[in-house]
Design a binder for this molecule. Structure first.
Ligand code: MG
Length: 382
């Protein structure tokens, strides 16, 4: 069986489509695009994954791949070409038979597509590149006039592009000074024969904000198992001058009594998320008999529940919290609460709702003896 290295190029700096972070770290249904890409290869048999990242991206990278066991990342150069060459140099001591070079921006690569690239290399090709047909009519501006370009014979190249390892390393070293668009072009400069394999339309390159929308629709369709669950929690007012609610510290005439920080909003939401994967309740995961959770910030509990959903390959689609109390007034804090929850769950704030109501003076919340919270969460699982 050949030894296969996967080189994932993730050193890009473009933030236009990523909402403030380089686009490979932007979330797709709650998970960074790079993680989807790595996971597409992670369970491929006999594959050793080397990821190349930007110099200032280590913290983003570590957060994105938390829990995955990977080689340490390599750091990219000024161009994609230089980044790939550096990655190949890092892999050289392992002397793999084949290397598949893949763009982080293609998270939907399938095992079937990978199989075809490797089969072509096993059959003797120096390199193999997945291609798909061009179905749009192609137009070109020539001398100030638009003309139609015949599409016969034209194909779109995708990644992963596969090569014999020693061959592509030598080509990258030899042509480091030439500017080329991809690794196939480098191999062709060195005179190697590259064969075409079947690409897939779903193996899209996620580049523009429109691509992100398309990618999320695709993922949501793939995650067809929709689960909804609720959570409920109450904490009693006691002495103090502030409370914690939905991750925010809010000044108040009283505190809330509880083993942790008594954040009823986050507790209800944690239970709702645990409910979506039938993973018990918050008391089971964080027993009040455990000293570790005395005074704990409840974001830990919520982060844990979200991690369990992600570990099942799931995505958090929507959460909604209702806070029930006469005081404090929630309105002024609503958007900051939504932002905090979105940050903990690593989802878009548009998927987080916080509401508040009173019980018109009735019952324990009406008598201002405590705060109640209910929550509902919707997740999609594969
Ligand atoms: Mg509680």
């Amino acid at each position: 069986m050949p030894r296969i290295a996967i080189l994932i190029v993730a050193a890009g700096k473009g933030v236009r489509a990523g909402g403030g972070v380089p686009k490979q770290y932007a979330p797709l249904l709650g998970k960074p695009m790079l993680r989807w890409t790595i996971e597409a290869f992670a369970d491929y048999p006999n594959a050793d994954i080397q990821v190349m990242i930007g110099l200032d991206q280590l913290a983003l990278y570590q957060e994105a791949v938390a829990g995955l066991s990977l080689r340490p990342p390599g750091f990219g150069g000024a161009t994609r070409q230089e980044t790939v060459r550096r990655g190949l140099e890092l892999l050289e001591p392992e002397a793999p038979d084949f290397v598949l070079i893949h763009d982080a921006a293609r998270p939907f690569v399938s095992h079937i597509l990978i199989d075809e690239v490797i089969a072509a290399l096993e059959a003797g090709a120096d390199g193999a590149v997945p291609h798909v047909a061009v179905s749009d009519t192609l137009r070109k501006l020539e001398g100030g006039k638009w003309i139609t370009v015949p599409r016969e014979g034209l194909l779109r190249a995708q990644t992963p592009q596969g090569f014999r390892f020693a061959t592509i390393l030598a080509a990258h070293r030899a042509f480091a000074a030439e500017e080329v668009t991809d690794d196939t072009a480098v191999a062709e400069l060195a005179g190697h024969k590259i064969v075409a394999t079947a690409g897939e339309t779903n193996n899209m390159k996620v580049t523009t904000p429109e691509d992100f929308t398309t990618a999320q629709i695709f993922l949501a369709a793939r995650l067809g198992d929709s689960r909804t669950a609720t959570g409920f929690d109450v904490h009693t007012f006691g002495p103090g001058d502030h409370i914690w609610l939905c991750g925010l510290q809010i000044p108040h005439t009283h505190g809330l009594v509880g083993y942790s920080d008594a954040d009823a909003g986050l507790h209800a939401l944690t239970d709702a998320l645990l409910g979506t994967i039938a993973a018990g309740d918050i008391g089971m995961h964080f027993p009040p008999t455990d000293e570790r959770w005395r005074g704990a910030t409840s974001s830990i509990f919520l982060d844990h529940a979200a991690g369990l959903v992600r570990a099942k390959g799931g995505a958090i689609v929507h959460v909604d919290v209702t806070l029930i109390c006469e005081r404090p007034k929630i309105g002024p804090y609503r958007d900051a609460m939504r932002a905090k929850i979105a940050e903990i769950l690593k989802i878009d704030i548009g998927r987080v709702s916080v509401k508040a109501t009173t019980t018109e003076g009735l019952g324990f919340t009406g008598r201002r003896e405590g705060i109640a919270a209910e929550a509902i969460a919707t997740v999609r699982l594969p």
